[in-house]
Design a protein around this ligand. Structure first.
Ligand SMILES: *Cc1c(COP(=O)(O)O)cnc(C)c1O
Length: 382
């Protein structure tokens, strides 16, 4: 990047190496393009990385969330509690199954779903909770597990921000009934598009496997080895398959995940150091007992200045962003479920203040310093 490191800096970007490219090209010359040995190999690697027992790789993180809702039997009349500050897919997956997402508020210091607020929103129709490890920081999984057990609810971890994060010494993947990862290019490791659901429950894994393949009970390789043409479609599923081409990329990327999480954490600590004395810029709180995966670096901009600061940062060629608009304020949710402002006050106040700064493994320390200094100046002048 050299001297032009101040040219447009995006908020996130993928890292593709020569080895990644070779891994993909090798698959193109093999017998399998779609579901072949690389899918299973990638699933096995993520399973051993996370410590979960079963992995089901699919075409996106959203497809993995949908598969999870299907596997848990979410349907008409069922309510699923979701955080208000998240990407829309966390709630959309409930709607795909004709369930109703119920939005819970977040802790204003971390933007993680607030277990006390979840409890207030539990009704006789509640079937599950989906929690998001926002920005890469693990939720309070002990509190969520006791709530789920107390009310007999399923627990889903939308860990699309947080592969590799650790809660009390163990990696995410083992705290919920199903944990979901995304391999979109802006996330920690990529397959282009792709996702995976991991679980310790063999039956849930089998249901998700069938769901990604039209609701058919066997895959072609199993039919071939049984020497039979017979298969049955037992339920309505989708084509949510991921390809061997994509999984080869994921396998190659996974080797660098650990180092990338370390880079992201060092860069985040460096950002923090510039804001210690700033009253109008405050990074979100991090719990020191856990390992944060640092998908996003988010600060709050005080005194109603966020919108002006956002505009000036973009004018300065710095790719800031806002994660996220409270999901229930989107027109689709207002029209379909009658949601409106006032449902989650912490989410709405936070939404007015948050700003995501650039963070990705190859971001330079000089760039962090540059972004932080430009931000400080813009905030002061706004
Ligand atoms: C990225 C993301 C998803 C969806 O993942 P895709 O792979 O893009 O479908 C779901 N939930 C959260 C919190 C995400 O950040």
């Amino acid at each position: 990047m050299g001297s032009d490191f101040k040219k447009f800096i995006p908020y996130g970007r993928q890292e593709i190496s020569g080895d990644d490219i070779k891994a993909v090209v090798d698959v193109l010359g093999s017998d399998w393009l779609t579901t072949g040995p690389k899918v299973k190999e990638f699933e096995d690697l993520i399973v051993s990385y996370t410590g979960a027992l079963f992995g089901v790789a699919v075409s996106s993180g959203t497809a993995a969330l949908h598969s999870a809702m299907y596997a848990l039997g979410i349907g008409v009349g069922d309510e699923v509690i979701v955080p208000s500050i998240t990407f829309a897919a966390t709630a959309n997956c409930v709607v795909y199954q004709n369930g109703t997402p119920v939005f819970a508020d977040v802790d204003p210091e971390t933007l993680l779903i607030d277990p006390a607020d979840i409890e207030k929103r539990i009704s006789p129709r509640t079937k599950a909770i989906i929690a998001v490890d926002y920005a890469g920081q693990p939720c309070d999984w002990d509190a969520l597990r006791s709530l789920a057990d107390k009310y007999g609810l399923f627990l889903v971890d939308d860990a699309c921000h947080a592969i590799g994060a650790e809660y009390k010494g163990r990696r995410l993947g083992v705290f919920a009934d199903i944990t979901v990862f995304s391999f979109h290019p802006v996330k920690h490791i990529t397959t282009g598009e792709g996702g995976m659901a991991v679980t310790d429950n063999e039956e849930l894994a089998a249901r998700m496997r069938s769901f990604r393949n039209h609701g058919i009970t066997t895959v072609p390789a199993q039919r071939d080895s049984a020497g039979t043409w017979f298969y049955e479609m037992v339920d309505l599923g989708y084509n949510y398959r991921i390809t061997d081409i994509q999984c080869a990329l994921g396998i190659s990327q996974l080797k660098r995940l650990h180092g990338w999480i370390e880079n992201r954490n060092s860069l985040a600590v460096f950002y923090d150091s510039f804001f210690l004395a700033e009253e109008e810029i405050s990074p979100l709180k991090k719990f020191s007992c856990n390992i944060h995966a640092r998908h996003l670096y988010v600060v709050r901009i005080k005194d109603g200045k966020r919108d002006a600061v956002f505009k000036k940062m973009r004018e300065a060629e710095i790719g800031v962003n806002v994660h996220y608009i409270p999901v229930y304020l989107h027109p689709f949710y207002r029209n379909r479920f009658g949601t409106s402002p006032g449902i989650c006050p912490n989410a709405e106040t936070s939404y007015q203040e948050i700003l995501t700064l650039p963070l990705f493994p190859s971001l330079l320390y000089d760039q962090v310093e540059y972004v932080a200094e430009v931000l400080k100046k813009i905030v002061k002048d706004s």
